[in-house]
Design a protein around this ligand. Sequence first.
Ligand SMILES: [Cu+2]
Length: 159
Amino acid sequence: MDDHSIIERYERAWIFFGLGMIVVFILLIGYTLVSSRGSIPLAVGQVNASEVRTQGEFANPRVEKVGRDYVVYMQAFAFGYLPADIRVKKGAKVTFYITSPDVLHGFNIERTNINVEVIPGEIAKVSQVFNQTGEYRILCNEYCGIGHASMISKITVEE
Ligand SMILES: [Cu+2]
């Protein structure tokens, strides 16, 4: 066997390795999309930011029980979240509708994939199933003003 055919063998091996990695990456992207369904925020509508506090669904921030699941209408404002104290049962699907009446905020639930940029007047929808009991803090991760660092809320997941 001459040098040339050895080199060709290496080349063939690396081409197959490269093609294999492309297939692996495509499968990983597919897996990520399927496994994170719900936790990718969707823009589902608009409201007039100046009316968020006085009119429509968000004027009454609340947790609604729908069967065994929950729907939360939520305001992220400077500097906090409403409703302030959310309690849900373990294993239930919690769907959040979130908007802001003032400036840009973050909505990041620790120990989950939930991380939403809350835009004034835009309604974001995101869902999460909490499979472990305990407290999950909601954190703002978009700098929103002087009280940003204290902009924290929590979700309590009960048995
Ligand atoms: Cu903030």
